[in-house]
Design a protein around this ligand. Sequence first.
Ligand SMILES: NC(=O)c1ccc[n+]([C@@H]2O[C@H](COP(=O)([O-])OP(=O)(O)OC[C@H]3O[C@@H](n4cnc5c(N)ncnc54)[C@H](O)[C@@H]3O)[C@@H](O)[C@H]2O)c1
Length: 396
Amino acid sequence: MESERGSIAVDPRASGSPAATTELRAGIVGAGFIGRVHARSARLAGARLAGVAASSAESAREAAAEIGADRAFASAEELVVSDEVDVVHVCAPNNLHLPLARAALEAGKHVVCEKPVAFDAVGAGELARAAELAGRVATVPFVYRYYPTVREARARARAGALGELRLLYGGYLQDWLLAPSDDNWRVEPELGGPSRAFADIGSHWCDLVEFVSGQRIVSVSARTAVAHAERPRREARSFARGDGGGVPRAVETEDIAAVMFETDAGIVGSTVISQVSAGRKNQLWFELSGTEAAVGFDQEQPETLWVGRRSGSERVPRDFDTLAPEAAAYVTVPGGHPQGYRDCFDAFVGETYAAIAGEPAADGLPTLADGLRAVRITEAVLESARERVWVEVGEK
Ligand SMILES: NC(=O)c1ccc[n+]([C@@H]2O[C@H](COP(=O)([O-])OP(=O)(O)OC[C@H]3O[C@@H](n4cnc5c(N)ncnc54)[C@H](O)[C@@H]3O)[C@@H](O)[C@H]2O)c1
């Protein structure tokens, strides 16, 4: 039960460890961009940062000092089974998600696992089942669900304010791999997986649009493209910029995906996913067009929700008294005081920890089942692009 910050009551059986206490102890695996975001949210939600593991013992020590964790673990494998940890946040490169999350669940830990949760649906399915069998909370940070304006779009779609939905469309565009000399561990299939742009950000788009529309993507027709046939492989693989160096190697995974789809309600849609679109930093946007009205959300301008009507459109501001109650519940500061990405993370981690404390899962808390769904859609996109045919999204 969440009480004052700094003390979350946790089921003492949660870690399977006699050392379990009433204070939730979080272990962070991977201390790059998102590991630090997780660590901050974990602390805000009342957990103790019990430990951190990184790519080496030395980088873990540096990270522990920077984020204020109790200790640095020599390896991720040691952290995920440690008696000193109740919940493991898996924030390492993609190839480690499945083995580390599975080991943590088997050791009785609760898990927050970054996407993509596995390289294929078989692995993602195993992980989802492992969480069920273990009876542990296992969530996936599809955090864009936590914008109040996203919840408002969802509330309007659910209440029928848009009429019948006819079209879902949008995209997710970034530019951090624009130059041929840009590199990152995500470019390596053995670290990033068989899909790059789609698994990395297309997964967020599909999760969000399914969440808001209440419809499921059942088949896809996709094309993928590689922007640069070669990129230099670097030692420091985290967001390396075009500053020379590195040995050229062939690029095997997509920078771009253009996807048409059909939903279970029989309507059509499309999305464009790119990590090479100049000037777009993190533009996740969608519109839902209905027979009465449309709604449009843009992650780079999340403080308003566009509501389109033939008789006149408006931008609904994010504020306590402008949004439906289920959306206003995620407003933390008055309008005019911008909320953003990390607020979404805080809300997500707060709800995860509330579930760990025994509260019923909050509506919309994304779990490993949602992580599995994203992997299934990704597989269908890759297969469609490869075979140049429509592909059904697997359900089994
Ligand atoms: N949900 C989201 O909104 C979101 C946003 C960004 C990233 N992510 C996901 O988070 C993961 C990490 O992405 P990032 O952008 O933080 O990458 P990053 O390169 O900034 O950080 C990765 C970290 O993992 C560490 N690492 C490497 N090998 C390790 C090992 N064997 N054990 C422990 N740590 C190891 C590295 O030292 C590095 O600090 C990715 O899977 C990505 O898809 C999710």
